[in-house]
Design a protein around this ligand. Structure first.
Ligand code: AMP
Length: 381
């Protein structure tokens, strides 16, 4: 294995076939790379734009080794790839980020322990393995609190808020697995995120801070730059860069944070891949998060992540289709709005089908445009 840069014309393997991989593949193909995708489903959002689509179970080591043998480097768009698969790919080709980084980030408890042991502030938490653990943890942390699955959680799946003692048994049953994490409910002023990119040489570039709004625990809108004081933005970027270094990640690291009273920042979650809260970078930055991931994993110099214009995105969930097909033409009548659809065939409630992005003279104006566009495309019942 070599640390020589992997140059255009080479083949990048991407584990995971969702929208993050799709936008990565678009960026990679634009720069003259070939892309092979690996996902259990045929016609995946990534597979649709890749040169080669491998359809196999994530536990299929043979298929993963075959996939790796045809690539020059392997990255991922989904952190919950089973460790044995990632490790066997790593025997054949460089995998960036590494199996170790994935191992930490694919498990909430390991991630929180890594963060707190490395000296980063997180919301107070307790591991829970039984209903009686849960009761003790609630006595310690107080209510309200949020019970989360320790592994394989995303978009708020497997999360239950507990406000009163009569909800404890139900919350434990809903968790439905042996290991969970109880977190104190944080009264935050804002939710922020920073995507840091770290190259093979350890150099880091951070994207501007995003300000995020969640609905039903799913990202709804993301705005950049965040409407916060410059010193908070600086601290948020510094925090993301420090975590990326502590984790020794090669590629991207999205750091979700809560901004709480007195301007303190608590780390909520890490993702070693492109992130929904950086999708505006595709339309609004000198270098998008997807191109930056490509540069990092290929050992190329990182690009400039600067914003060309304030921007906002609004997610398009499957719920939008409930009363008919969205009126794309109405949303696109707003000229500063861009439409991104992920090629998913079945719109289900809560499923991310696409997003809209607007650029404008200010973050607030961009948010206003994108929300107006989303409102415009909703079919009337
Ligand atoms: P997560 O999957 O942990 O990123 O959670 C999804 C969303 O749920 C977050 O972005 C917050 O809006 C909310 N949330 C998660 N944990 C907490 C917490 N400890 N306190 C308050 N809100 C939370």
């Amino acid at each position: 294995m070599t640390d020589k840069p992997i140059l255009p014309g080479a083949t990048i393997g991407i584990l995971g076939g969702g929208q993050l991989g799709r936008m990565f593949a678009i960026a990679a193909r634009r720069m003259g790379y070939r892309v092979h995708s690996f996902d259990p489903m045929p016609d995946s959002p990534t597979g649709q734009v890749a040169d080669v689509e491998i359809e196999a179970d994530y536990n299929d080591i043979e298929a993963a080794r075959y996939f790796a043998s045809r690539c020059d480097v392997v990255t991922m768009e989904f952190e919950n790839i089973p460790s044995p698969t990632v490790e066997s790919v790593a025997e054949i080709r460089p995998v960036r980020p590494s199996a170790r980084v994935l191992h930490i980030c694919q498990h909430r408890l390991r991630e929180k322990e890594f963060l707190s042991k490395s000296g980063f502030s997180v919301a107070p938490f307790r591991p829970v393995q039984s209903e009686s653990d849960l009761r003790t943890a609630l006595d310690n942390l107080g209510m309200p609190a949020i019970l989360k699955t320790a592994g394989f959680g995303y978009d708020g799946k497997g999360q239950t808020r507990i406000d009163a003692p009569d909800q404890i048994a139900g919350a434990w049953q809903k968790l439905g697995e042996a290991q969970g994490v109880l977190e104190k409910f944080v009264k935050f002023d804002r939710e922020l995120s920073v995507i840091a990119a770290r190259g093979l040489d350890g150099r880091i570039r951070c994207f501007p801070v995003a300000e995020n709004d969640h609905r039903r625990h799913i990202l709804d809108t993301s705005v950049a730059p965040a409407r916060i004081e410059p010193d908070i933005a600086e601290r948020a970027q510094k925090l993301a860069a420090e975590i990326a270094t502590a984790l020794d990640v090669i590629g991207l690291l999205a750091v979700e944070m809560f901004l709480i009273e007195d301007g303190k920042l608590l780390v909520n979650e890490l993702a070693p891949r492109p992130h929904n809260s950086g999708h505006w970078s595709f339309d609004a930055c000198v270098t998008s998060q997807f191109e930056q991931q490509l540069r990092a994993v290929c050992g190329l110099p990182l690009g400039d992540p600067a914003l060309l214009k304030p921007a906002a995105i609004a997610n398009l969930l499957g719920d939008l289709w409930t009363t008919g097909d969205p009126r794309w033409d109405f949303a696109l009548a707003i000229p500063n709005v861009k439409l991104h659809l992920y090629g998913k065939q079945t719109p289900r409630p809560g499923r991310k089908m696409g997003h809209l992005c607007a650029t404008a003279e200010s973050s607030t104006a961009a948010l206003h445009s994108v929300l107006r566009a989303r409102e415009a495309l909703m079919p009337r019942a």
